[in-house]
Design a protein around this ligand. Structure first.
Ligand code: ADP
Ligand code: ASP
Ligand code: MG
Length: 425
């Protein structure tokens, strides 16, 4: 069982969580619980680091930001004990959760689970702070923002759990962020592949890595709400969203429990920024000169467009990077202006990426053109386009994000019929 930040925000909420956990244990289950820091706490800790030293050392940043989860794991263990349950906390370094690669975005390589399993078998509820790991050189690491989802899936895989229930502040995965579109509807199930794609293009309900790991390790993941009454049915019967394989999805479709759709979900991401380099020489190697330094600096480039060369053998190159890396990317490119040979560098962080995702588009044409037409009808200008087998993304002005998501939700027939009150725009 994993509980996110909103579910852990304060002792009253933690008591609700403890009750949900207690019920699950009382049903005869051995339970490991992974918890996030209280909502807002990680942001607060990140700000302290920035204030202390704008060019902070990621290893020390990890020491600071990992503390939010330490607090909530101890508090949940205490609250469970107050309810008469046997419970103890296991910090990331105590298990340990071995991680590799960079601080602040470490990857889990393995989890030692022997002691954990022995304690659970002896009737103790295990409470594990999410987000935390231990590096190869014995230092505290963290898994990147939203990383507690990945901790939960990794623990579930390590102990061979029957299921990994991710409790959050919405009662499942919706066709789009229900906080933006009131007509969004909850999906009974979504495939790993689609969830992976949705998460990677901005649906923050699950961290992308957690979905990849669940897919690889075959962990059964369910997303459900922790905001349920004391007399609610147990999680085994709750109507959350199951993340399923394609075969399971086929069965659900055949039994009529799910409706076949071309587009399963729509996501948006406001955290990218656009860079345009004008009048880049249109010759072999020019583009490599642009992207090599960015790759060397671990800056992820997402969408790329190179215009058809103009007369004089020159072209414009447009691409996107995470907003947090924009200043660094710009500085790197300005340093190499002579080598790359561009004329001007233009940046814009007031952009948003809107993506439609669905396995249905593997076998059907017309998904992209529906998107372009729907956006055009509302006068929304498309600045860049990218596609994968099951996704189409467009870059638009950030101010038009909500409108675009709503328009597309309607265009693909995803609006819930019985939900009104979303006509603001
Ligand atoms: P937690 O603190 O529990 O990890 P998050 O804030 O990380 O919770 O994720 C839950 C939020 O994800 C929801 O409150 C919702 O606004 C957002 N969200 C974005 N896209 C979706 C979607 N397709 N379905 C459900 N929630 C979504
Ligand atoms: N507390 C961390 C964050 O806010 C990890 C998580 O909640 O998943 O990013
Ligand atoms: Mg989260």
């Amino acid at each position: 069982m994993k509980f996110g930040g909103t579910s852990m925000a304060g002792t009253e909420r933690i008591r609700r969580v403890a009750n949900i956990v207690r019920k699950q244990a009382a049903g005869g289950n051995e339970v490991a619980v992974v918890v996030s820091a209280m909502a807002g706490e990680t942001d607060r800790l990140v700000n302290f680091c920035r204030e202390a030293n704008p060019l902070y050392d990621p290893a020390e940043y990890d020491v600071v930001v990992a503390s939010g989860e330490q607090v909530t794991s101890g508090l949940l263990a205490l609250t469970l004990q107050a309810l008469g349950c046997k419970a103890r906390s296991w910090l990331g370094w105590q298990l340990p959760v071995h991680t590799m690669e960079a601080h602040a975005k470490a990857r889990i390589s393995s989890i030692d689970s022997d002691e954990l399993l022995a304690s659970m078998a002896a009737g103790e509820i295990a409470v594990i702070p999410g987000f935390q790991g231990l590096s190869e050189d014995n230092r505290v690491t963290t898994l990147g923002r939203g990383g507690s989802d990945t901790s939960a899936v990794a623990v579930a895989a390590a102990i061979g759990a029957d299921r990994c229930d991710i409790y959050t502040d919405v009662d499942g995965v919706y066709t789009t962020d229900p906080r933006i579109v009131a007509k969004a509807h909850k999906l009974k199930a979504v495939t790993y592949e689609e969830m992976l794609e949705l998460a990677s293009v901005g649906a923050k309900v699950l961290q992308t890595r957690s979905v990849g790991l669940a897919m690889k390790a075959g962990v059964r993941v369910q997303v459900l709400s922790s905001f349920i009454g004391d007399d609610a049915v147990p999680a085994d019967e709750l109507p959350g969203t199951m993340i399923v394989s394609e075969e399971e999805m086929e069965e659900l479709l055949e039994r009529g429990e799910m409706e076949r759709q071309l587009v399963t979900g729509i996501a948006h991401d406001k955290n990218e920024a656009k860079i345009i380099l004008t009048r880049v020489p249109d010759k072999p190697g020019a583009v490599a000169h642009i992207f090599e330094p960015l790759a060397a600096a671990s800056i992820n480039v997402d969408m790329i467009i190179q215009n058809v060369g103009r007369d004089k053998g020159e072209t414009d190159v447009t691409f996107t990077v995470p907003q947090a890396d924009l200043a660094r990317a710009q500085a790197l490119l300005e340093d190499r202006r002579g080598e790359i040979g561009y004329n001007r560098i233009i940046t814009d962080s007031k952009i948003a990426k809107i993506s439609v995702v669905g396995v249905g588009m593997k076998s059907h044409a017309g998904v992209a053109s529906t998107m372009f037409k729907a956006l055009a009808e509302r006068g929304i200008n498309i600045q860049a386009i990218s596609t994968s087998e099951i996704k189409v993304s467009v870059l638009i002005d950030e101010d038009e994000t909500e409108l675009a998501v709503r328009v597309l939700h309607t265009a693909y027939g995803l609006d819930a019929p019985d939900n009104v009150g979303d006509e603001a725009a």
